[in-house]
Design a protein around this ligand. Structure first.
Ligand SMILES: Cc1cc2nc3c(=O)[nH]c(=O)nc-3n(C[C@H](O)[C@H](O)[C@H](O)COP(=O)(O)OP(=O)(O)OC[C@H]3O[C@@H](n4cnc5c(N)ncnc54)[C@H](O)[C@@H]3O)c2cc1C
Length: 505
């Protein structure tokens, strides 16, 4: 396999700090730890960072008014957009400023908005305004006429969390972190010298400090170190993405009803679509039950139409579901960020919603806890803040596009027509660690448009085969065993007939 950070290895190694889970939480922690003179390993069972819950949320920054009074999570959400905005530049990833309108659809709901404003202000946040119908329509002409008032919050934003996780990890690796993808944690044993022996599906290594950022599986990781009382309570929400042709309908994140039981929201995404969610939460059958139920999707569409009546189900290009978690160790659905009760040097970062928003502050908190646990954290003078750039053809100016094509003719070959993703971007992504169809899709956006990969999917398949230099029956959708082609094949060559030629059209 050529290049790419997923080839970073070194099993059998010794690390100061090991992070379990490369979701937005583990990725952010890894990047922050890489600012210090400590050796760090990051492992994830998936083939790409950000492929757990991180991949399956609304991807919006929340103001602290979403969090119950006095909670840690409310405090950690404060100033999040500012953190994301400044880092977006260093990492070369998208941060889109989006303001929020939380609607009251009848006057009896206005006290909810006032209570939310008070909550937010008690956390120290500013910029909340209650506005009337005229201002609502000025801001959002397509919103329902039933809206009698709204809580207007400025200065929030939308990001694409998988892109962020990948960028954070790439930057951590650039600064010396070792990444172990496709690597499942199986067991942890404390050794007589106080270090931990970490047993994984791909080998053993040792670590002095261990951060549990395993998302929905954090309870299982906690059990491995003797913390057997942590339980997660899971709920599932459904989302739909709309075609870019209707993106003009909504400019703000628009919420209607919002509670522990349900959520009604339509909002712009970082990359210019609209996202619709989440309906009444249900209980998933298992931690991997992200199936979309037709009835649930219908409920989400109806809830969206209550907010913006002109929405049409015909404009939905894809749908997905995500599993949210709360834990039994804290009240009011708060985060559990704590030193282990039984294993010195182990820190649990067990996060629920809004974990994306809180991720920068969670990472800061974990760094402080590492210091408390005795980890020597001396800053590295040679820390590289900026990630190697990731060229995006579609968002470049005409002049920049010409320069890109002049530098590499593959920028002149559009592979994904819906999202205008070039062959050069896909080739670069495969070399940087996107080694499955889904990883290419989530990192480059090839396959994210109206046709959902119907046209570009076979071309991306061919590029993966060629650039990774693997047989076509080893190309996967999302890692082993999701092989795209079944059965034995002859010696692969990009110029082969059959499957390959049919993809050139
Ligand atoms: C429907 C929905 C909507 C949401 N909307 C928002 C929103 O708009 N704004 C917001 O701020 N938050 C939102 N959230 C919450 C947010 O998405 C999560 O809090 C956040 O993504 C959690 O990140 P994480 O890194 O803790 O977990 P994950 O992303 O799940 O990362 C954990 C990682 O650990 C790995 N792992 C687990 N077990 C093992 C093991 N044994 N070995 C190796 N690796 C392992 C997994 O593969 C995974 O990659 C939403 C969540 C959902 C479900």
């Amino acid at each position: 396999m050529k290049g790419g950070f997923s080839s970073q290895g070194g099993y059998g190694g010794d690390y100061d700090v090991t992070v379990i889970g490369a979701g937005i939480i583990g990725s952010w922690i890894a990047r922050e730890v890489s600012k210090f003179k400590v050796s760090i390993a990051l492992l994830d069972k998936e083939p790409c960072p950000g492929f757990g819950v991180t991949k399956s949320g609304l991807s919006l920054m929340h103001a602290p008014d979403f969090c119950p009074p006095g909670t840690l999570k409310g405090r950690l959400c404060l100033n999040a957009p500012r953190r994301f905005k400044s880092l977006a530049h260093e990492l070369g990833v998208k941060f889109r400023e989006v303001d929020e309108l939380w609607l009251a659809l009848e006057s009896s709901q206005i006290p909810n908005l006032e209570a939310a404003k008070k909550r937010g202000e008690e956390f120290g946040a500013t910029g909340f305004q209650i506005i009337g119908p005229q201002k609502i329509r000025e801001l959002e002409p397509n919103v329902t006429r039933k809206a009698v008032a709204a809580l207007y919050v400025q200065g929030l934003g939308a990001v694409y969390p998988t892109e962020w996780s990948f960028a954070l990890v790439e930057n951590a690796v650039q600064n010396g972190a070792r990444l172990h993808l496709n690597t499942s944690l199986l067991d942890i044993q404390r050794q007589p010298d106080g270090r931990y022996l970490v047993k994984t599906s791909r080998g053993l290594f040792r670590t002095r400090y261990l951060i549990n950022a395993a998302g929905l599986f954090a309870d299982e990781v906690a059990t491995m170190v003797g913390d057997r009382t942590i339980q997660l309570i899971l709920t599932k929400g459904t989302m739909a993405i709309l075609d870019k042709s209707v993106s003009h309908l909504v400019r703000h994140m628009i919420y209607g009803t919002l509670s522990a039981k349900h959520s009604q929201v339509i909002a712009p995404t970082a990359h210019g679509n609209l996202i619709l969610g989440l309906g009444y939460f249900t209980q998933p059958e298992s931690k991997s039950d992200t199936r979309v139920d037709r009835g649930k999707l219908q409920e989400v569409i109806e809830m969206g139409k209550e907010l913006v009546p002109s929405l049409s189900e015909d404009d939905i290009i894809t749908s997905f579901a995500g599993i949210r978690s709360e834990n039994n160790k804290t009240k009011k659905g708060d985060f559990y960020i704590s030193h282990s009760e039984h294993a010195p040097g182990v820190i649990h970062a067990i996060i629920g919603s809004p974990g994306l928003t809180a991720a920068p502050a969670v990472a800061d908190m974990v760094i402080g806890m590492l210091v408390d646990a005795g980890c020597q954290m001396e800053e590295r003078p040679d820390f590289q803040r900026e990630r190697r750039s990731w060229k995006r053809f579609s968002s470049s100016s005409g002049e920049e596009q010409e320069a890109l094509i002049a530098s590499n003719s593959k920028f002149g070959h559009i592979t994904c027509r819906c999202e205008k993703v070039t062959e050069a971007e896909i080739v670069d992504a495969t070399h940087r660690g996107a080694q499955t169809l889904d990883a290419v899709k989530h990192l480059t956006r090839a396959g994210m448009g109206r046709c959902q990969g119907g046209f570009c999917g076979p071309r991306v398949f061919q590029l993966l085969h060629k650039e990774l230099n693997i047989p076509i029956n080893q190309v996967t959708k999302k890692g082993d065993p999701s092989f795209v082609v079944a059965g034995p094949v002859g010696v692969p060559s990009p110029s082969d007939q059959g499957v390959m030629n049919s993809e050139k059209g």
